[in-house]
Design a protein around this ligand. Structure first.
Ligand SMILES: Cc1ncc(COP(=O)(O)O)c(C=O)c1O
Length: 385
């Protein structure tokens, strides 16, 4: 057969991260700073509750929107934790991770040619999903000089008649940067003046250091403009369970659910039960994990600075994004050689957007002793250059 496949798909490059991880998986004794997932196990009470739910036979489809019990808990959690109110029956949809949520949202909002402003560096799926949905990604480049924070005065220059939405993520993967409340207010003003949606991926909201996380939709008047995405993967160490959610105005949610209903039916029922337990008996583990990430972040920041890298101190998530321009080699070369010679894996920055070919993303979701060893190996490697 030689029939042509979907042209948008054919034009899309494969994810820069995947190639790296396929090679990595064939190597031994590697310390990986490459993965974007917690090194903690899902807390035991959550796993135990999932086992219990399985024994009780909660193994059927749920409502397309997700278990009402879970949506009520999400609604209560968002109100208590982030002072934002969403109606469990009309404004919340449980998805297969934030990954599915991003896809649903862009497919629901976009007509061919509509533009979505995407601040970079950012999570790898945003621009490809906008493209697949028929939209045009318009990139904004966050810079080291601005601590990788997004400047709304600069975003203003990218807004056009075709702008349908901006897709932001804070705390950010891969930089660890976040937004100040005043800059979010500035963004809301821009969205209202120009009539576009603000899609906010707040999956790392629980992992904020020093600066209090402001949920965009908690700003007065923001809700009609906001599509809030979040989930359980990072804060509850539940990546493999695949549970996320979208909160949106009812007229948008009722359209989102149509795609979800035809494509997915519902998020896995056992995982939804486990998520209920995560929100019912939160214990102190989020605080403990956050404290550990913060300690590791301080360590990584100090070590990279000592080694002469230009580096911005992260204020959230579990990544750091140092710049190695002074070494006169690209991040791609640096990462391959570091992997071959010292068995340490980091991800070249251009996987997260063009223009970051001298940055590397290091995840500090690894134990402090592993991080110490990794940084010693990086020090040896740098001094051998
Ligand atoms: C910013 C961001 N959004 C979404 C995701 C995907 O999350 P999920 O596991 O909920 O699909 C990730 C995963 O690394 C991420 O970093």
């Amino acid at each position: 057969m030689t029939l042509e496949l979907n042209q948008r798909l054919l034009n899309l490059p494969p994810s820069g991260i995947r190639k790296f991880f396929e090679i990595l998986s064939t190597m031994e004794d590697v310390i990986s700073l490459g993965v974007g997932e917690p090194d903690f196990n899902t807390p035991w009470n959550i796993r135990e509750y999932a086992i219990y739910s399985l024994e009780k036979g909660h193994t059927t489809y749920t409502s397309n929107y997700g278990l009402l019990e879970l949506r009520l808990l999400i609604s209560k959690y968002l109100k208590q934790r982030f002072q934002v109110e969403y109606d469990a029956e009309k404004e919340i949809l449980v998805t297969v991770g934030v990954s599915e949520a991003v896809d649903l949202v862009v497919r629901t909002l976009l007509n061919p040619g509509d533009e979505v402003i995407i601040p970079e560096p950012c999570y790898v799926s945003y621009a490809p999903l906008v493209t697949l949905a028929g939209g045009s990604p318009v990139s904004y480049k966050a810079s080291y000089e601005n601590n990788f924070e997004i400047k709304i005065d600069e975003i203003k220059q990218l807004v056009s008649q075709k702008t349908k939405a901006i897709l932001i993520n804070y705390p950010n993967n891969p930089t660890g940067a976040t937004f100040s409340k005043s800059e979010l207010e500035h963004l809301l003003k821009l969205a209202r003046e120009n009539d576009f949606y603000v899609i906010t991926d707040e999956i790392y909201a629980e992992l904020s250091y020093g600066r209090k996380h402001t949920c965009f939709s908690s700003l007065p008047g923001a809700k009609p403009y906001t599509i809030l995405l979040s989930g359980f993967s990072k804060s509850f160490a539940m990546t493999g369970w695949r549970v996320g959610y979208v909160c949106a105005p009812p007229q948008i949610l009722s359209q989102l659910v149509k795609i979800h209903q035809y494509n997915i039916l519902c998020a896995p029922s056992i995982a939804q039960k486990a998520a209920c337990e995560a929100l019912t008996n939160k214990k102190d583990y989020i605080d403990e994990m956050r404290a550990q990430y913060e300690q590791r972040m301080n360590f990584m920041y100090k070590r990279f600075k000592e080694l002469g890298f230009k580096v911005v101190k992260p204020t959230g998530a579990f990544y750091i994004f140092p710049n190695l321009e002074h070494l006169s080699m690209t991040a791609e070369d640096f990462c391959w050689k570091l992997l071959e010679e010292k068995r340490v894996a980091a991800v070249p920055g251009d996987a997260f957007g063009d223009g970051y070919e001298y940055n590397i993303r290091c995840s500090y979701a690894a134990s402090l002793s592993q991080l110490e060893e990794a940084m010693n190996r990086i020090e040896d490697f740098v001094s051998s250059l």
